[in-house]
Design a protein around this ligand. Structure first.
Ligand code: NAP
Length: 276
């Protein structure tokens, strides 16, 4: 079984991006909006800011009070949309309950939408038009490409239908001529779809959801799920899996690829969508 080493691949991608950002010869600023004090968000934001530093670009954090109104967040996004020095905008999820997250995502200009969550970015992806693409799906495709794992004609069982993972990933997979079955919590006999699949992509968030007894021999397993068991981060795939030909580890698989894709999108935003 080959381990799809997302950490190694993402490091190579980030190294390449570092020289690309340097060769732009302009100031690159990524704005991150964080409302409130969610603990998990704090860790993610620190990571993103650290990566900015490593890449020689500016990460600018806008940390707003928990009781900030939606209007105030929307106003800040508009201000950042109009600021030529700001090349990319991230709105850290989750936002406090009184703020409509979708409204905030949609307020981000598609030219700076490095998360790819806005309706314009998602719509363009669905229609096959150029767009910035949600980072986890984009990272999964980049990882498969790195290992030359062709998708054409493959049966893919995708277990997730969320806006940030399943839906954009479905579009990327069919663009590569895969045949995709999208499963979710209401799918009946899910095991049968998994057993039929050449590639299983699981983003459920339940430990040991994918086990050898439901896998086809030689299946490629992309494990997106993140859970904590006794304080340890684990994926959806059982640690005892042996039947897979390729497997992404958790941690060290899809996670680092997701982070790398934020910066890949930032570079793409500058060179494809903001080029004068
Ligand atoms: P989500 O919106 O909660 O999606 C979970 C999906 O799993 C839903 O489509 C849900 O179906 C489905 N599901 C839940 N229980 C199921 C069951 N028993 N059988 C079949 N399907 C089931 O979460 P998300 O934001 O997409 O994230 C999914 C997982 O990926 C989480 O563990 C998250 O932490 C992880 N994640 C990892 C990365 C990374 O970079 N590694 C990035 C994003 C997310 P319904 O639609 O019917 O509810």
């Amino acid at each position: 079984m080959t381990i799809l080493d997302g950490k190694k691949v993402s490091n190579e991608i980030l190294e390449d991006l570092k020289s690309k950002f340097a060769s732009l010869n302009e100031k690159v600023c990524l704005a991150i909006i964080w409302v409130g004090n969610n603990e998990a968000s704090e860790i993610y934001i620190k990571n993103k800011l650290k990566k900015c530093e490593e890449l020689g670009i500016e990460g600018k954090l806008y940390h707003l009070e928990e009781d900030t109104t939606e209007e105030e967040v929307l106003e800040l996004i508009t201000k950042l949309n109009n600021d030529d020095e700001v090349k990319g905008i991230l709105v850290q999820s989750p936002l406090p309950k009184h703020i409509n997250e979708v409204n905030c995502f949609n307020q981000v200009s598609f030219k700076k939408d490095v998360d790819g969550f806005s309706n314009i970015s998602a719509g363009n992806l669905t229609l096959g038009s150029p767009s910035l693409v949600s980072c986890t799906p984009k990272g999964i495709i980049a990882l498969l490409d790195y290992y030359h794992l062709d998708l054409e004609g493959k049966n893919v069982c995708l277990i997730n239908r969320s806006n940030i993972v399943g839906k954009p990933l479905f579009n990327l997979l069919i663009k590569r001529n895969a045949t995709v079955t999208m499963c979710h919590s209401k799918t009946k006999n899910l095991e049968d779809f998994v057993r039929d699949a050449d590639i299983v992509i699981s983003a459920v968030g339940k430990p040991s959801f994918i086990t050898d007894d439901i896998l086809k021999d030689g299946a490629i397993v992309i494990d997106v799920g993140i859970s904590r068991v006794n304080g340890k981060v684990v994926g959806d795939a059982s640690k005892d899996i042996q039947k897979a030909s390729y497997l992404t580890p958790v941690p060290g698989g899809v996670g680092p690829m997701t982070i790398a894709m934020i910066f890949s999108n930032l570079y793409e935003a500058i060179t494809k969508y903001q080029d004068k």
